[in-house]
Write a new protein. Structure first.
Length: 367
């Protein structure tokens, strides 16, 4: 095995939004950063591509040129065909092509000094209080801190953490050509999860997912996606179908030693609407800030990051409570949304607020 004398302040496994968000914080503070990923960019990334206004507050890059649609009008539909229509001039989120968003974010991160290596396999990870050693394709790299930003199927998590997804949630998505149609942004809820229609320039990103955490939840299949598209569009012509997991079971995750998980690798996607990019960007940012603070002020990065995780997972638990009501009691949810909460939710999201802020609580993530 070849021994390489390459030591980095931080090695980040995964070049998506979580990894790049972390890298930006580190690089702007003159840290030596290596990003490892199994794929080159651009790459295909299954994702509906909705980026909320609160996410834009924390992104270190301007993505206005990537925006294909702003969700100023939204429809929330329930299994009994009832609908709640909401609108806000700011829009609750912007729509991008996820492949292009990831590519741009990654390239901007490389521009400011990140090193990159495409890899095949991580064989092992060893750590002590001083450093982490990672065997990648039979080459050894070392770092002060290792960031696992490698998604819901995280190898870093499997090699270093006891965190396990007992009831993994799953989704199917595909593309439906517009062909002159004009559907608004729409969420459709049932007792197992939700379906979505997200408009882009030339197509709709359409998908279904089982966001309910239960071993009894219905297993989503490709057939369910075809049926949904046929019901909504009158045709089952859908292209580029992809299945993907969503990491939503990180409520109790806490970092160990000098190895931090971020984003879906830590199970930080929320279970109300399945949003993952916000918490990916946010956790990457705070992991980076915690490490910078440890270098500058000789404080524990692990302690600081775990303080952040405590606040974030409390927010995730709030989303989970909302999901139980939304998916478990659709009739009540419909009337609650129609009689005021829906408008409050739409206004709050359009103003870039977290769920805690929308219901009147303070959030440490406002800025």
């Amino acid at each position: 095995m070849e021994q390489i004398d390459n030591h980095y302040d931080v090695i980040i496994v995964g070049g998506g939004p979580a990894g790049c968000s972390c890298a930006h914080e580190l690089l702007t503070n003159d840290k030596k950063v290596l990003i490892l990923d199994r794929t080159q960019f651009p790459r295909h990334k299954p994702c509906a591509g909705g980026i909320t206004m609160k996410t834009l507050k924390h992104l270190p890059i301007d993505i206005s040129h990537l925006v294909q649609h702003k969700a100023q009008n939204m429809v929330f539909s329930f299994s009994d065909k009832r609908k709640v229509k909401l609108s806000h001039e700011n829009g609750s989120c912007v729509m991008v092509i996820r492949d292009k968003f990831d590519e741009y974010f990654f390239n901007e991160t490389i521009k400011i000094g990140a090193e990159f290596k495409q890899i095949n396999k991580i064989n092992s990870i060893k750590s002590n209080e001083e450093k982490v050693s990672i065997d990648v394709d039979d080459e050894i790299y070392s770092c002060d801190y290792l960031i696992g930003a490698d998604g819901a199927n995280s190898v870093v998590r499997k090699l270093t953490s006891n965190l396990d997804y007992k009831n993994p949630v799953f989704a199917y998505e595909g593309l439906v050509k517009k062909d002159g149609s004009d559907y608004p942004t729409e969420f459709i809820f049932n007792k197992h999860g939700y379906a979505w229609i997200f408009p882009k320039d030339q197509h709709y990103n359409v998908g279904i997912g089982n966001l309910v955490h239960s071993s009894k939840s219905k297993k989503i299949t490709k057939k369910d996606l075809y049926s949904f598209v046929l019901d909504r569009f009158g045709s089952n012509k859908i292209e580029n179908i992809t299945a993907f997991p969503i990491g939503t079971e990180g409520d109790n995750y806490r970092a160990q030693n000098n190895i931090f998980l971020v984003g879906d690798a830590a199970g930080l996607a929320e279970s109300l609407l399945g949003e993952g990019i916000y918490n990916a960007v946010l956790s990457g940012k705070f992991a980076g800030l915690s490490i910078i603070d440890s270098y500058s002020n000789n404080v524990s990065a692990k302690l600081n990051y775990n303080k952040f995780l405590l606040h974030l997972t409390n927010e995730l638990k709030l989303y989970r409570k909302g999901a139980k009501i939304l998916y478990g009691f659709p009739r009540i949810s419909y009337w609650v949304m129609r009689l005021g909460l829906g408008k409050k939710f739409m206004n709050g999201y359009s103003e870039g607020k977290t769920l805690s802020e929308i219901i009147g609580k303070k959030s440490i993530f406002a800025n």
